[in-house]
Design a protein around this ligand. Sequence first.
Ligand code: ATP
Length: 254
Amino acid sequence: MIGVTTPALQVTGLRYAYPDGRPALRGVDLTLAPGERVALLGPNGAGKTTLVLHLNGILHGGGGRVEVSGLPVTPGDRAAIAEIRRRVGIVFQDPDDQLFMPTVAEDVAFGPANLGVRGAELTARVDEALAAVGMTEHRDQVPHHLSFGQRRRVAVATVLAMRPEILVLDEPSSNLDPASRRELAEILESLPVTLLMVTHDLPYALELCPRSVILDGGRIAADGDTAALLSDRELMRGHRLELPFGFNPAAAGA
Ligand SMILES: Nc1ncnc2c1ncn2[C@@H]1O[C@H](COP(=O)(O)OP(=O)(O)OP(=O)(O)O)[C@@H](O)[C@H]1O
């Protein structure tokens, strides 16, 4: 179809229940356009992580469909899943889940090297990813000797080195001091990727994501302009979302 852009991400009728039988996703529809930055909000237990784990096929089998730039996430098809995992980079909440090599540079090289990238191309990817997160000077350090905020940046770099189309971040601002929080926001804003950010940090969502989606009870409860959603007190209260005391989304988003 001429003039119709393929969505970066299309989730259709996604359902999932954990083995104990309790449904965590009850029919989720979500479409992200290429280059969009979207916050995924919702109370504890809403299903946010469960949704994220479907985006590269870690969880599957409950029904519905996920497509990344038109390519279906087809569990069982190893080649398709490898391609999906190249396209969708997930930065988990705890950077230590993603860092396990002796040096920062080796950690960043690990993903692309696994894809068969070698030599000058591999070096270029590592350099580019470390520069993007401002960690070039730490390339030869032991990841576990870095501060938490620095380790989170390196975790972002490990994913960027895969040159993903979609970057998914789970609580990127948690445990960061105000300066690190702002610096990471600047980094994320500068990246030419589609971004889906799971967060309880509503001012961060407002700062980074023009659009927000509220997930509650495994269903999409609202989807729209972040400032408008955050300004709707009843909506926010109804989904156990609380702005920091004195924070005015209308003024901050202006
Ligand atoms: N491994 C698991 N086994 C069984 N139930 C699970 C498992 N992981 C999550 N759940 C349940 O699935 C539901 C959705 O959980 P999920 O972790 O996706 O929510 P969330 O929105 O990410 O929450 P939070 O904001 O607390 O991280 C919850 O009821 C949770 O208890």
